[in-house]
Design a protein around this ligand. Structure first.
Ligand code: GLC
Length: 557
């Protein structure tokens, strides 16, 4: 197999721009570093730890939301898009963080949540106080209920977190009123993107943060803004990933064609600013060809590649998803992205410790089948080296550079994700990947903050993963990441061209940027070619220099 997969536009010109090859590190502010000891991470905490990110060798950070919010969905319920929640600091702290990051050569991407506001947003308060049919209600999706007294929801849609996607309001006179749509929590009413006022407001929010110097936006639920006009029933369970393969019709709430014109308008705003500001789509859209529509030349710059994140740990599955991803983005002239973990999925060091083929779990807790931790970490390290050897841009999630596993035995009483409550305690949700990260093995809260407070409980095994145990420790996961990021930069792997050498059932080998990446998925060790110079490996080789099972190596020759 000899596919040449390069990062090229349809006209054949190379795609340029910092984002095309960037390694972007996701900071989940609640759980990164706590400066004031209240158990919740904050912006000054992040600023104080920026040198760690420089040492690690990343290019940019993406910050999950830090805006004023009732925290019904850990800040993805935004009450004011132009300020900072006191939990995380104040607006000058955001300015300082942006400035300090820039002075270290790091770019800053912030999270933008346009599909819904918080129910505490001024607009929603106004909508509840206003009449049905009023302009205030027209900013959201209010409808009369079905049934003689309107006691049934307007349609059968379910919330992504479980339970109905509609909540009935109470009129000012105390009588039951209209219903409003929320694809997520009741505290996250969906905006009506057919309303020009909503569009204008978000153009202004973009400018607010662009003026403060941010380098771009990660756009939350980018595939959800436009709903099919008739709000037709959808008899299927709700899933954020809108599979559209085969005969399955496209769900009426996801990936509607109308979303693209919104992003074209945003792109024009970004392009009117100096520097290269970027838009990144969080769009759970399948297949990748459909996802690629979000990154056409006049739309967003990048889209998360969730098909890659979801791919099974096997040579054929990885070969297929890598090839398809590169082909699909090449076809529209966009760089490909890669991601293995984020704040919504089980960390890959644990996910890959489940038997191959296990469907993606929505959280793991006490009583659930537990991952094999050693196997998971071994595969996670191999997966990471495979990913960082690919051309394109890669996303890392805070703590993965420490090899952090999911907290898979968190007491259920500690859980905060609305998924756990709205699913009637059937899905544990995402708290296990959001636990505050360990910096120092022997400090309170493992160095997360100055006290032992932590908004989610940290497992005792955090000590062995702490940064200070891994720094300068040969063979540690942290040093593996650092070396990989250094070599990736030196060999310009991000802007390279992938050429498959071998794509069998057990081994994948490809060339990129003057080096070769080999992952052994099979049961037997695989010898390196004669004379090969080993540059990096995710685990030690066998005594006679072969690549063992579940190991990735980078070599020359
Ligand atoms: C995105 C976020 C997730 C959030 C949801 C609703 O999927 O990544 O954390 O719950 O949107 O805003």
């Amino acid at each position: 197999m000899n596919t040449n997969l390069t990062q090229q536009s349809p006209t054949g010109d190379p795609i340029t721009g910092w984002w095309t090859e960037a390694v972007i590190y996701q900071i989940y502010p609640r759980s990164f570093a706590d400066s004031n000891g209240d158990g919740i991470g904050d912006l000054p905490g992040i600023t104080a730890r920026l040198d760690h990110l420089v040492e690690l060798g990343i290019d940019a950070v993406w910050l999950s939301p830090f805006y004023p919010s009732p925290q019904a969905d850990a800040g993805y319920d935004v009450a004011d898009y132009r300020d900072v929640d006191p939990l995380f600091g104040q607006l000058p702290d955001a300015d300082k963080l942006i400035g300090e990051a820039h002075s270290r050569g790091l770019r800053v991407i912030v999270d933008l949540v346009p599909n819904h506001t918080s129910s505490a947003h001024r607009w929603f308060t106004e909508a509840l106080a206003a009449e049905p049919g009023s302009p205030a209600r027209a900013r959201y999706i209010f409808r009369d209920g079905n049934g003689p007294d309107g006691e049934q929801p307007p349609n059968d849609w379910q919330s992504v977190f479980g339970g109905p996607a509609w909540t009935r309001t109470v009129d000012p006179d105390g009588r039951p009123g209209q219903w409003y749509l929320h694809l997520f929590d009741t505290g996250q009413p969906d905006l009506n993107w057919d309303n020009p006022e909503v569009r204008t407001e978000f153009l202004d929010i973009l400018r607010f943060w662009l003026d403060r110097g941010v380098d771009g936006f990660r756009v939350d639920v980018a595939h959800g803004l436009i709903k099919q006009a008739d709000l037709a029933d959808w008899q299927e369970p709700q899933e954020i990933l809108s599979g559209n393969e085969g005969d399955r019709p496209r769900p009426p709430m996801w990936d509607q064609d109308g979303v693209h014109e919104i992003y074209r308008e945003w792109r024009r705003v970004l392009d009117s600013y100096p520097g290269e500001r970027v838009l990144v789509a969080e769009a759970w859209v399948e297949p990748v060809e459909r996802l690629a529509r979000y990154v056409r030349p006049d739309e967003m710059h990048q889209a998360f590649n969730f098909e890659y994140l979801l791919a099974a740990w096997s040579a054929p599955a990885q070969y297929a998803v890598i090839t398809r991803s590169l082909e699909a983005t090449d076809a529209v002239g966009a760089p490909t992205t890669w991601v293995l973990s984020n704040h919504d999925v089980v960390r890959h060091a644990s996910r890959l410790g489940l038997p191959v083929g296990t469907p993606r779990p929505n959280g793991i807790g006490i009583g659930d089948p537990q991952p094999d931790a050693a196997l998971g970490l071994r595969r996670a390290r191999a997966a990471t080296l495979l990913m960082l050897g690919l051309p394109g841009s890669a996303y890392l999630y805070q703590g993965e550079e420490l090899g952090l596993p999911e907290h898979t035995t968190m007491p259920d009483e500690a859980r905060q994700d609305p998924t756990w409550f709205r699913s009637g305690h059937t899905h544990r949700g995402r708290d296990g990947c959001r636990v505050p990260i360990p910096w120092e093995a022997d400090s309170p809260s493992y160095g997360f903050g100055p006290t032992d407070a932590s908004w989610l409980p940290q497992p005792t095994l955090w000590a062995e993963y702490a940064l200070d145990r891994q720094r300068e420790t040969p063979g540690s996961t942290y040093e593996m990441y650092r070396t990989a990021l250094r070599l990736r930069r030196e060999h310009e792997l991000g802007r390279g061209t992938l050429r498959w050498r071998e794509s069998g059932d057990e081994v994948l080998t490809f060339d990129n940027g003057g080096l070769t990446v080999l992952t052994n998925f099979g049961p037997a060790p695989v010898p390196l070619p004669a004379g090969a110079e080993l540059l990096h490996s995710s685990a030690p080789l066998t005594d006679d220099g072969a690549v063992p099972t579940d190991v990735t190596v980078w070599f020359r020759g």
